[in-house]
Structures are given as C-alpha cells and as structure tokens.
Design a binder for this molecule. Structure first.
Ligand code: NAP
Length: 418
C-alpha cells in the first residue's frame, strides 16, 4: 500500500511510525512544504526547551526508515494538487497542524506591536515565513492567555542571554531581546487561577529565572480559588514575596492577572496599552509596547481541503474516501506532543482497516511529476546536510544556528539555485 502524509511534524511522523507497524510492506512518503522536517517541534517548541525538542531524534528515525521517504520543499497546492496525490497514493493523510493565530476580533488588533503567538514563536524559532515583529524599546509586554504558549513567550522574553545558552535561539534574536529595557511582563487570563491551562512544571519554571520574578496582581483571587496544582504554584510565588523590594536583584516583574477579558488594543500609530474588562465590569488598562495573543491556533486549507472552525471535519480521522487527517489539523490545537502519538495510533488503525493496495505508483509517480515541473524537492539525505550545516555553524553558545530562508536551506542541502 502507498501512503502520502502531508506534514512532517510530530503528528505526521508518528502516523508514519504507526503505519509501519500496522500495514506490513507499506511505502510511506512524508511531504513537507519546507526543506526541513518536524514542524511544531522545530518551529513551535520553545528554543530553550531542548529536552522537548530532542523528540526530533525519534521522529527522524522514522523518516530515515527504509520504507519511508521524505519529500521536502514540496507544497501541496503549489507543486502538486491533492487530487494528483490521491491518484498516486492509496491513502493521503493531512498532518498540516494549526498554523494560523486565532484572533480576538477586538479594536486595535492590527496595530504595530500586537502579534499572535504563532507569528511571534515562529519568528524567534527562525521560521522562513516569519515577519520580524517591532521589537524596539520594549519596557512592558502584555501576554494574553493562560496556556503553556503564554508561559513559553513570557519565559523567552524574561530570560537573560546566559539562561539561553545551549538553546537554538539565534545569536541576533538573543542580542535583540537582551537589548530591550524590559521591566514588566503581564500574563493575563480571562478566567480565574484555577481555570488556567498552564501545566505546573512550566509555570514553576517562571519562579527560577535569574532576572525575572513572578508576582500576583490580586492575591485575594488566589485565596478564593479552588486548590489546584496551578494554584499551588502561584501560592508559592506569593510566599516568595509579592512586591519589588529595594534589595530585589531581579529587574523584570512577571505579573499574573486573572478575570480580565481583553476589549481593545490602544495606541496612536503603534500599541501603547491593552484595555481589559474586569469581573465587576470596570475597564482596566495595562501599558504595553508589545502584546502577544496566546489564545490558540487554527488550521489553514490544504489545496482543495478546507477546514471548518479551525480544523478539518472528520469521522475518526477520515475526511473523505482515502483522505485522512491527524494531529492538530484533526482535533484542534490541544495536548502535548505525546498526544499526537495516541491520535496517530487511532488514525493509522482506521487507515489500515479502510484502505487496500490499489497498485498505485506512490513516490515514483510523485517524483516524476515534480521533476516534470522542475520542482526543487529534497530527500532525507538533503535534510541531513542542512542539519549538519546548522549544527556546524552553531558556535559555542547554542546547539544550532538555523537557516532562516528556504534558499539558504536548499543551498545547504546541495540543491542548485533556481
Ligand atoms: P491553550 O492551552 O488552549 O490556552 C489558550 C488560552 O487562551 C486559554 O487561557 C484561553 O482561555 C485563552 N483564550 C482563548 N480565547 C480567548 C479570548 N477570546 N480572550 C482571552 N483569552 C482567550 O493553548 P496554547 O497555550 O496555545 O497551547 C496549545 C497546546 O500546546 C496546549 O495543549 C498546550 O498545553 C500545548 N503546549 C505545551 C507546552 C509544554 O508542554 N511545554 C508548551 C506550549 C504549548 P480559556 O481557558 O478561558 O478559554
């Protein structure tokens, strides 16, 4: 059986792994629009969380399997249509994730200085499509949302360069962030402390930073909150002192606010403050030079397949005849990386039950098609060359210095320029 998986992030690679176990003799092609694999692991997981990023070694083993081929720099819709893929393969699975930031839909959201976490995280992770945010003279940042992405964003901003050593945050971005006169990071949730979606380990990390100290804006909210592991971590922050005293060496305050719903971004020409509505109906304004909305993501269309309400409508992973979906594109942006593994198990089982070998051409057909279009696609060997070059140029303070443009990646892979 010939199977194409569109997307080489954790969902796509885990699906390939599960299919290898369930469908003996299958041939799997994993297609990615970028020349480099691993999607969310490379471009979503925080650069200072290398232990989490190390899952890429496991994913890479799957891509290197003799029954699996990697087709990098192949965009479905641009280089090949979904219809063509379905003619080459017995089954096609979309593992395209959720790349677009959800929007708040409030006034001022387009002001310079307001940015979605997907764009912001993609920027500091060196994604080739990322736009450079207006990072200049940043004293106060408002982070909207009470999930782990909000924690990631706050932590990357709060750390000083020595705490980012060994990460793959680029030299230039490390320097740019260190040069900001940052004093305050406000993490703002629309519900209470017990409703926050942080995980305790990630939250607790904010209590162990060199130049930043966590505070609770309204300690009474904690007293009233149900006892949860998150409330426990916030109480520890409180016990460690809830005001900036004169002996405090840590110059950056990370302030947690609850029960504040965003109503507008305010500013002339660029962001100056974020306006919230409190529980009692009163409006509260927090001054900000940068606001990062960390409120979730939605999937983008893949050629003719269109998501509805941010994900692809499916029945247990099946979108249509021989067309499947897995990961965040299937269930929305929730869960940790390992959740994509259990999801992939279910979808692989469904494919194994539904689909039979139709004698299709698989990768041979795709390769021939791409060559006829002079498409510059690369395989696993090409990716390994990029990987080796990124690691080789990293220098002593980081584990990798990523190439941030497709052209640089293709050059490092050995593909001649277009
Ligand atoms: P999330 O956990 O779903 O959190 C989204 C936050 O945005 C929630 O606090 C939500 O509040 C808030 N929100 C949504 N709409 C809003 C609105 N209109 N106004 C104000 N607030 C709004 O999503 P995430 O942080 O993007 O993370 C996505 C997934 O990746 C999660 O499963 C997360 O655990 C995972 N992740 C894990 C790690 C890690 O393990 N280290 C790191 C990063 C991400 P409500 O609760 O009120 O809806």
């Amino acid at each position: 059986m010939k199977i194409a998986i569109v997307g080489s992030g954790p969902a796509g690679c885990y699906l390939a792994d599960q299919l290898l176990r369930l469908v003996p003799g299958c041939a799997i092609d994993v297609i990615d629009r970028l020349p480099v694999p691993f999607g969310l692991v490379r471009y979503g997981v925080a650069p200072d969380h290398q232990a989490t990023k190390s899952v890429s070694r496991i994913l890479d083993r799957t891509l290197a399997h003799k029954q699996v081929n990697f087709f990098g720099n192949v965009e479905v819709g641009r280089d090949v249509t979904l219809e063509q893929l379905l003619s080459f393969y017995d089954a096609v699975a979309l593992a395209t994730g959720a790349q677009r930031d959800r929007r708040l839909g409030i006034p001022g959201e387009n002001l310079p200085g307001v940015i979605g976490s997907g764009s912001f995280v993609a920027w500091y992770n060196g994604h080739p499509d990322a736009k450079i945010p207006p990072i200049e003279n940043i004293k106060s940042v408002v982070v909207i949302g009470n999930g782990n992405v909000a924690i990631d964003v706050a932590r990357v901003l709060a750390k000083e360069p020595s705490e980012l050593a060994g990460s793959d945050l680029s030299h230039d971005i490390t320097q740019l962030l260190a040069a900001q006169p940052l004093r305050e990071i406000h993490i703002v949730g629309r519900r209470g402390p017990a409703d926050a979606k942080f995980t305790p380990h990630e939250l607790a990390e904010l209590g162990n930073l060199k130049r930043a100290k966590p505070f609770i804006a309204d300690p009474e909210e904690l007293e009233k909150a149900d006892a949860t592991p998150i409330v426990g971590v916030l109480e520890k922050f409180l016990e460690n002192g809830n005001c900036q005293d004169s002996n405090e060496q840590r110059s950056v305050s990370v302030v947690f606010h609850f029960y504040l719903a965003p109503v507008a971004f305010v500013g002339y020409g660029r962001l100056q403050a974020v306006k919230f509505r409190a529980k009692d109906g009163k409006e509260v304004e927090i001054a900000a030079d940068l606001a990062v909305t960390c409120i979730g993501y939605e999937s983008l269309p893949c050629c003719t397949a269109k998501p509805v309400d941010g994900k692809f409508a499916n029945a247990d992973g099946k979108i249509d005849e021989r067309l499947y979906v897995v990961g965040w594109a299937k269930r929305g942006p929730s869960g940790v990386i390992a959740s994509s593994r259990s999801d992939a198990q279910l979808v692989a089982k469904k494919i194994a039950e539904d689909v039979s070998d139709g004698g299709r051409r698989g990768g041979e057909g795709l390769r021939e098609h791409l060559q006829s279009k002079n498409a510059r696609f690369l395989d696993h060997t090409g990716w390994k060359r990029i990987n080796d070059a990124e690691v080789a140029r990293a220098g002593e303070h980081r584990c990798r210095e990523k190439f941030c443009s497709v052209e640089e990646m293709l050059e490092a892979s050995g593909k001649s320029p277009s």
